[in-house]
Design a protein around this ligand. Sequence first.
Ligand SMILES: Nc1nc2c(c(=O)[nH]1)N[C@H]1C(S)=C(S)[C@@H](COP(=O)(O)O)O[C@H]1N2
Ligand SMILES: [Mo]
Length: 433
Amino acid sequence: MTRERSLSELHADDPQRADALIWGRRGTLRGAALAAMGASLGATIPFADRMPAGLLPAALAQGTAAPATLQMEGKAALIILGERPLVAETPEVMLDDAITPTDKFFIRNNGQIPPPFAGDPKSWKLRIDGEVNTPLDLTIGELESRFPLVTRQLQMECGGNGRNAFVPPASGNQWGNGAISNAEWTGVRLRDLLAAAGPKETAHFTGQFGADPHLSGAADRAAMSRGMPIAKAMDEDTLICTRLNGAAIPNIHGAPLRMVVPGWPGSLSQKWMTRLTLLPVPHTGQGMGGTSYRVPVRPIVPGSRNNGAEFADLTSMPVRSILTSHGHGARLPAGTRALELRGAAWAGDLTVRAVDASLDYGASWVPMQVADPANRHAWQRWTGRIALPSDGYFEIWTRATDAQGKMQPHAAANWNPQGYGANAIGRAAILVG
Ligand SMILES: Nc1nc2c(c(=O)[nH]1)N[C@H]1C(S)=C(S)[C@@H](COP(=O)(O)O)O[C@H]1N2
Ligand SMILES: [Mo]
């Protein structure tokens, strides 16, 4: 990690000099890069002539220390990004299933993990109040018997997914691209509940509450309490869920009741949910206002301090692709001349129109086949084949385009203090031979 950071900083200061340090003759990687790849001798870089001057090989972005992995019953060996609160990311290659299995679902807590609910899960209570004609106090049992249950594949992505691509680093958990899941959720539609409560004309925003204690333990502070405009709350895919992948939700993922607000920052998907209130003005709970889940309306100087004036709430997440067939740093046998690539792509409330892959640093792109989503707000799987000219060091770049034609940018754009919305083109380094 130390090496990586210092090289990035050197690069930011003096790209020409960094370039000269990394490259001997163009086409042969020097020391640090080789060490990062675990190679003993110089690997040739067949497409070195197409690599833009000053570009750091992606191999350098791999830290040398092995990351700590999660050891928790019912969970896979996720990468631990933080212990308190517990935050763990799913490596991209672990996201190879069409439907994300529960054990591979990333974890993001902002407060303490509450103890598992001791009572009968059906007796857990949810309150709907605020700008409604009839406040509701419903048990899960009542919820499930009064309102239709729906099952959907829904993406849930942390607003900070991809944050580690920001230069200079933004504050917060340094997510790669693994704060994403596409699981099968079962629950009731929030809009059915709201229809029963009768929203007043003045109901323009929601505020959500959960039972997890603040990290400090202070009873008057919430770990996370966000809200959204009423239109998103009324979306047919905004659910209040009791089941994940056909089973009871595990405690770590918000049992026995949690929201799923697909396509928007995961922070809206309130875990351990106890209450939703309708408001005439935006909610002011934990995680609202300032620079929290907010991005600049006009770009600001990267690294600058900012109080969040002229920032707007992050709404639909930007287009992103992941590569799940080949891990960053993978080694393939000499003589491999084609890669069968596989991955997923999504674009918040939109669909993905195209995924392209490049082996020559973006000089040319090969279209991949992109499947339709299982339903609205599900991610899309993609597959494709790309030919290799020889052995050597390659980078697999993947770039998705959303239905409105927006593509992933070459570098994380619209820098913001808390690092939201970084969706740079994916780069996985591989060594053939
Ligand atoms: N009650 C509560 N809900 C919460 C959070 C939290 O800390 N407390 N974290 C949010 C964030 S930031 C994300 S990205 C998702 C993560 O859900 P997961 O831990 O099930 O992956 O839950 C959201 N809901
Ligand atoms: Mo998040």
